[in-house]
Design a protein around this ligand. Structure first.
Ligand code: PHE
Length: 357
């Protein structure tokens, strides 16, 4: 037994790596190892012999196992020390060059629209995407029974039975930001409010989440003529054409009176869309003079103030300007699509520097 102990403890101390240690473990205390074979011999001994030899063999086995573990630990520590000495990193070196990311067309178009209206003196306002139904509907002159609520395919937030808080929705349009801005700043006011909106609808030209930009201008003597000029300037600047023809079509929104939907003259000839020529008309936005009830919801006196509002579908005008045929692709996060339609990150759209190059 002493020979066995000397043999294995010496060998373990000298083992060069974990593989050598594992070989020694098998040789010594593995199922058919030398110590295990000795243990089997116990059966052939007399009871007295066994009482002496049994505990000694067990102690030997324990001793060898502890030596194996200690050596394994020591080898691991040494290996780590060695790596720490040889593997090091100069964090001041330049990083890996990756393919630069691109700006999503929706972000690009939002920036373009913002640049155009900023130039006309509009500042940017924002509101929550989870909105109370008062801001999304009632304040905009859409009472509970109004068909517009059903038309909008509203997503309602979940409410527990007995929850008496006012119902909340995912805002179906950016128009609630009109109310919030009027309440916050009063009149006169000139804001645009770009952002996400939600409706339960899904096909080639509808996704359950999409983007709008709201516009609101309130002052003492703002008329439909100002609305018309503003939108014409916007469309010319946005589509980067000198001449456009807009058609104001009488329409209805509960929150504007009178209301108009605006179409733009275009041509689809040869399968490509051209703005400003041709015999087709394409609807691009809703607009009108802000309804007195809406001014009142915003704590503005309709006897003193008046103004216009409009709502443009950002995704829609992005599709038109950049020739993107399917709206759903906007939100698929397909890298090939993003690289193809994305914009260079440092080309910030400005009126003087160019909107979209
Ligand atoms: N909120 C309307 C919509 O989502 C658009 C609109 C905004 C119309 C402002 C008139 C004035 O369809």
């Amino acid at each position: 037994m002493d020979d066995l102990r000397d043999k294995y403890l010496t060998a373990i101390a000298a083992a060069a790596d974990e593989a050598a240690l594992e070989d020694l473990r098998v040789q010594a205390v593995g199922k058919k190892g030398e110590v295990s074979l000795q243990m089997r011999e116990l059966g052939k001994m007399t009871a007295e012999e066994r009482q002496v030899a049994g505990p000694k063999l067990n102690a030997l086995k324990d001793e060898i196992n502890s030596a194996l573990n200690a050596k394994k630990q020591a080898l691991g520590d040494a290996a780590l020390d060695e790596r720490l000495k040889t593997e090091w990193l100069d964090v001041t070196l330049p990083g890996h060059r990756r393919r630069p990311g691109t700006i999503h067309p929706i972000s690009q178009v939002t920036e373009e629209v913002t640049a155009i209206f900023a130039d006309m003196g509009f500042s940017v306002a924002e509101g929550p995407q989870v909105e109370s139904d008062w801001y999304n509907f009632d304040a905009l002159n859409i009472p509970g029974h109004h068909p517009a609520r059903a038309e909008m395919d509203t997503f309602y937030m979940h409410r527990e039975e007995g929850d008496n808080r006012p119902p909340h929705v995912l805002r179906t349009h950016t128009s609630p930001v009109q109310i919030r801005s009027m309440q916050e700043h009063g009149a006169p006011i000139r804001i645009i409010a770009p952002g996400r909106v939600y409706r339960a609808d899904y096909d080639q030209t509808h996704t359950p989440m999409f983007h709008q930009v709201e516009g609101l201008a309130i002052d003492k003597d703002i008329s439909m003529a100002n609305l018309k000029w503003c939108l014409e300037e916007f469309v010319k600047a946005f589509f980067e054409v000198d001449d456009v023809e807009l058609r104001f079509r009488a329409s209805h929104f509960p929150f504007t009176e009178p209301s108009a939907e605006v179409d733009i003259r275009c041509s689809w000839e040869g399968g490509t869309l051209k703005i400003g020529e041709g015999d087709d008309w394409l609807e691009i936005l809703g607009s009108g003079m802000v309804h007195p009830h809406v001014l009142r919801s915003g704590n503005i006196d309709p006897n003193e103030w008046q103004g216009f509002a409009f709502g443009v579908g950002i995704d829609r005008i992005a599709m038109l300007k950049y020739g993107i045929p399917d709206l759903r692709a906007f939100f698929d996060s397909d890298l090939r699509w993003l690289r193809h339609y994305g914009f260079a990150s440092l080309d910030v759209p400005t009126l003087h520097g160019g909107l979209s190059r």
